[in-house]
Design a protein. Structure first.
Length: 406
């Protein structure tokens, strides 16, 4: 059956849907239509039509985020048909990938060109555009989040025009939440392809805390999971394979393997989960976790089987980066998808906030614009760029209005 999108009139390109849901199933809504154009120009036509009708357009990637960034009753735009690496330059160490390209696919195609992203997150199902728009990050005391790789590219403006991402405003477009425009292709600054040795080691929470500083300083990538039920910890370290692995007498090695970075940093995750993550100043990381650990053990241990993830992110200068202007530790709560998580998350969130925590833009939190504004020195500069780029709010859904204001 041929279905025509009411918003853009594209036959066989768009489909009417009764509902959309995210990866974990916790976010469900009914858009007016979901458009899946095959070209940038078709995508621009969708935006032009919506702008003329006074409707909102939100763009969706892999649906891995669990905050309502994409929720709309108007037009939901998927760029899943725009995939792959468009071009690369080995000399300048840059490549341009299309908007629908997952981090997994990007890693494979960049590797074929002898290139690699400087880091990856725990999973790689997100699109590259989604990662740079929401501040996806991995772990490593000297490694910044993925948004810092954004050097340029192309976007669709609120008027439905295809333009270059303005490089002079790149700090506002990193971690932009899709509030300035719709990225159709992103140009990324990269590294030559590199290999890592990944080791996973089990130990106790007290041993991990005692050696936390040396572990963070002596490994390229380092993070750890704390398991509430057992009060045990799994350490994860990644380093160049030609470096001698440091013996950790207080920990037992359970995994030791070598591979290319895109193969070794992220892992396949079949179990789905809900997540709340906050970024706190690095020197507040340990006391924040210790307070969370005490709270979880005293109140939530019986119902929470999922782990708590502790990671390091280097400071950057993107306006809405959760690591803006400060060395950062992120702490993530996880809970099984489909099980009640509100009581657990709501009880821990005030602890995060008491340490000047900034919520991950793509994960669960309850903060609003008035609470968020004091945490970001460049908040008003970000809003100035947003108002200029989209004065009529074509890209603003109610959720974005609540967290950005206006």
């Amino acid at each position: 059956m041929q279905v025509r999108c009411a918003g853009c009139g594209l036959a066989n390109r768009c489909s009417m849907k009764f509902h959309w849901q995210n990866w974990s199933g916790s976010l469900r809504f009914e858009p007016g239509e979901i458009c899946t154009p095959s070209t940038e120009e078709e995508a621009a036509k969708v935006v032009r039509s919506a702008a003329e009708q006074g409707r909102v357009v939100r763009v969706v990637g892999a649906g891995h985020s669990s905050s309502p960034l994409v929720e709309t009753s108007d037009v939901l735009l998927s760029l899943e048909k725009l995939r792959g690496m468009e071009s690369h330059d080995a000399d300048s160490r840059e490549a341009t990938v299309l908007a629908g390209t997952s981090l997994k696919q990007a890693g494979e195609e960049l590797f074929a060109a002898g290139l690699a992203l400087h880091n990856l997150g725990d999973v790689n199902v997100q699109t590259a555009v989604g990662a740079v728009s929401t501040g996806t990050h991995g772990s490593g005391k000297t490694l910044q989040n993925l948004a810092t790789a954004l050097a340029g590219g192309r976007m669709i403006t609120a008027r439905g025009e295809i333009r270059d991402i303005p490089e002079e405003q790149i700090l506002a477009f990193r971690c932009s939440l899709g509030a300035h425009g719709i990225f159709t292709a992103v140009r990324l600054r990269l590294l030559p392809a590199f290999r890592l040795r990944r080791r996973e080691l089990c130990t106790t929470a007290p041993e991990c805390m005692e050696h936390l500083e040396e572990l963070s300083l002596s490994n390229r990538n380092f993070d750890f999971y704390w398991y509430p039920r057992s009060d045990q910890v799994k350490l994860r370290t990644m380093n160049p394979p030609d470096e001698d692995a440091v013996d950790l007498p207080y920990a037992t090695v359970v995994e030791d393997r070598v591979g290319w970075s895109h193969e070794i940093i992220s892992k396949e995750r079949e179990l789905k989960f809900e997540e709340m993550e906050y970024a706190v100043p690095a020197d507040a990381g340990r006391p924040c976790l210790e307070e969370i650990r005490e709270r979880v053990l005293s109140r939530h241990r019986r119902t929470v089987a999922w782990r708590v993830l502790y990671r390091f992110v280097a400071a950057d200068d993107a306006y809405l980066s959760t690591a803006h202007g400060r060395e950062t530790v992120t702490i993530s709560l996880h809970h099984n998808a489909g099980l009640p998580f509100d009581e657990y998350f709501n009880d821990i969130e005030p602890i995060f906030r008491s340490y000047d925590g900034r919520p991950h833009w793509g994960k669960k939190h309850s903060m609003t614009a008035d609470q968020l504004r004091p945490l970001y020195p460049k908040w008003n500069a970000f809003l100035d760029v947003r108002r200029t780029a989209d004065p009529d709010g074509v890209f603003l859904n109610p959720y974005l209005r609540s967290i950005l204001g206006g």
